[in-house]
Design a protein around this ligand. Structure first.
Ligand SMILES: Cc1ncc(COP(=O)(O)O)c(C=O)c1O
Length: 296
C-alpha cells in the first residue's frame, strides 16, 4: 500500500467534472459529508488499462448514493468515462480507483435538501492489499467486538462512509493484537465479513459463504461464486455459525482490494492455503485481465 499523506502527492484528481492537480482537490471544513457521513465511495482496480467491472462499480456507486437518499448527478456511463479519463490523465494502467460522492457545504444541519452532491475520482498505484507474504501463508484475523448491524438499523447494502467507523475500530483492535484484520460477526452472532472483504470457507471440497443480508454483497464475492460454479465446485450461500467456520479446511476472503486472499489464522486456529483457494485465485487473476469481464 502507498505510504505517506494522501493529500500530498503528485498526480491529478477528477472533481465535479474538472481535472485538478492532486494537492488542489480540497473540500471546505463545513462540508455536510464530513459532519453527517453523507458520503458513499467505491474501490475499483484497473488491470492493464482495463477497469475490472467498471459498469458494475458505477451502478453500485449510484445505488449506494440512492440508498442514503443522496441524488447522484452522473449516469453510470458518465462515471465510466470519468474513471477512464482520470486513469489516462495520470498515465496509469494498473491502479486502484477511488470514486467518492458527498453532500457539500451548501447547507449544514440534519436537513440537507439544499446541498449538492459532489463527486471526485482519484487513482493511484496499489499493488497488493495485504502484501506478498499473505499469498503463501494467508493473513490472520481476530474476531471483532463490533458486529454487522441489523439491516433496518443501517443502510447495510450501501457502500456508505458512515458504516466504516466500526470497521476501522475493529481493524485497529486486531492490529493492536498482532492480527492483520478483523472478522465481524453479525447482529445474530453469525459470520458476516471482514473489515473490507467478504469471507468464504471450504469444507470437504464444498464452499460456503454467508448470505449478504446485513453487509456488502461484494462484486468480487459475486464473481467468485460464478467462478466456482464454472469450475464445478459445489458452492452454497447460507448462514454460517462461527464454530462451523473455525472447523473449515480452507478459508479465504474476497474484495476488489484484497482480491482473493487466504486466511492463515483466526484467533488461535490455524489454516493453510488450500487447493480450492489456489484454484479460484488463479481463475480470478486470469479473469481480471480479460477485457470486458462481466460479473455474476
Ligand atoms: C466492508 C466491505 N465488504 C466487502 C467488500 C468487498 O466488496 P468488493 O468485492 O465489491 O470490492 C468491501 C470492499 O469494497 C468492503 O469494504
Amino acid at each position: 500500500m502507498a505510504t505517506g499523506d494522501f493529500s500530498d502527492r503528485d498526480g491529478l484528481i477528477w472533481i465535479d467534472g474538472e481535472i485538478v492537480p492532486w494537492r488542489d482537490a480540497k473540500v471546505h471544513i463545513l462540508t455536510h459529508g464530513l459532519h453527517y457521513a453523507s458520503s458513499v465511495f467505491e474501490g475499483e482496480r484497473a488491470y492493464e488499462g482495463n477497469i475490472f467491472l467498471c459498469q458494475e462499480h458505477s451502478e453500485r456507486f449510484i445505488r449506494s448514493a440512492d440508498l442514503i437518499d443522496m441524488p447522484m448527478p452522473y449516469t453510470a456511463e458518465e462515471l465510466n468515462n470519468a474513471k477512464y479519463e482520470i486513469l489516462k490523465a495520470n498515465n496509469l494502467s494498473d491502479a486502484y480507483i477511488r470514486p467518492v460522492a458527498w453532500r457539500g457545504s451548501e447547507q449544514l444541519g440534519i436537513s440537507a435538501q439544499d446541498t449538492k452532491t459532489h463527486v471526485a475520482i482519484a487513482c493511484w498505484e496499489w499493488p497488493s492489499y495485504f502484501g506478498d507474504e499473505a499469498r503463501e501463508k494467508g493473513i490472520s484475523l481476530e474476531i471483532a467486538k463490533w458486529r454487522a448491524p441489523m439491516p433496518d438499523t443501517a443502510t447495510t447494502a450501501s457502500k456508505a462512509a458512515g458504516l466504516y467507523a466500526t470497521h476501522t475500530m475493529s481493524k485497529h483492535a486486531a492490529e493492536a493484537n498482532g492480527f492483520t484484520d478483523a472478522l465481524m460477526l453479525d447482529y445474530r452472532g453469525l459470520v458476516a465479513e471482514c473489515t473490507g472483504a467478504n469471507i468464504f470457507m471450504v469444507k470437504d471440497g464444498k464452499i460456503k459463504t454467508p448470505v449478504p443480508d446485513c453487509f456488502l454483497n461484494g462484486l468480487t464475492r459475486q464473481t467468485v461464486i460464478k467462478l466456482a460454479q464454472e469450475h464445478n465446485i459445489d458452492i452454497e450461500e447460507c448462514q454460517i455459525e462461527l464454530d462451523e467456520l473455525l472447523a473449515a479446511d480452507e478459508i479465504f476472503v474476497t474484495g476488489t482490494a484484497a482480491e482473493i486472499t487466504a486466511i492463515g489464522k483466526i484467533n488461535d486456529n490455524e489454516y493453510t492455503v488450500g487447493p480450492v483457494t489456489r484454484q479460484l485465485r488463479e481463475a480470478y487473476e486470469s479473469l481480471v485481465r480479460q477485457k470486458n469481464a462481466i460479473a455474476a
